[in-house]
Design a protein around this ligand. Structure first.
Ligand SMILES: CC[C@H](C(=O)O)C(=O)SCCNC(=O)CCNC(=O)[C@H](O)C(C)(C)COP(=O)(O)OP(=O)(O)OC[C@H]1O[C@@H](n2cnc3c(N)ncnc32)[C@H](O)[C@@H]1OP(=O)(O)O
Ligand code: CO
Length: 134
């Protein structure tokens, strides 16, 4: 079951500047900054009500965020959904014909297991599924 939107990922060039901007915009400070080496990203999370924003800056030139910024500039990078059982969602979505970028869940930020669906058959939207690590 795909539940609520877990976070919206936004690619930024400078995380310090973006933190200041989003704190002004949302009226709350970032509650957590966390590097995810495997993705070559440093993340910064904001929460307003039930909504989360994940700011992402590249920590190396091979990072997907570096490539995205080069190609498209700053902006919305992905939409993440909360799921109860990531393994069953993987098999369900594969049966539905979606292309998974990683078929084995990997450790994401904010204590989650994550997989990504390729934007080529999601109407151009990079979709992430997140399961809370209990
Ligand atoms: C996991 C930590 C954290 C968390 O929440 O816990 C994160 O969210 S980390 C986020 C960063 N990690 C990822 O994005 C992993 C999944 N992404 C990838 O594997 C790649 O970025 C991929 C496969 C989506 C694209 O990589 P590729 O090397 O193929 O780049 P191209 O520029 O050649 O793109 C191919 C094609 O896809 C379009 N594209 C790329 N990125 C996006 C995007 N974010 N949203 C929509 N579309 C995207 C790109 O425009 C190309 O389309 P084309 O029509 O061929 O121009
Ligand atoms: Co994310």
């Amino acid at each position: 079951m795909v539940n609520k939107i877990e976070h919206i990922g936004i690619a930024v060039k400078n995380i310090e500047d973006a933190n200041i901007l989003f704190e002004k915009m949302l009226g709350v400070p970032s509650y957590k900054m966390e590097a995810v080496e495997s993705e070559g990203v440093l993340t910064s999370f904001f929460q307003t009500g039930n909504n989360k924003i994940e700011l992402l800056v590249a920590t190396n030139p091979e990072s997907p965020i570096a490539k995205f910024l080069e190609k498209k500039g700053e902006g919305i990078h992905h939409i993440a959904f909360d799921v109860d059982d990531i393994e069953s969602e993987i098999s369900r979505l594969k049966k539905e014909g979606f292309v998974l970028i990683n078929e084995v869940p990997k450790k994401g930020a904010d204590n989650k297991l994550v997989v990504f669906l390729h934007p080529k058959n999601t109407n151009g939207v990079l979709v992430e599924l997140c399961q809370e690590i209990k």
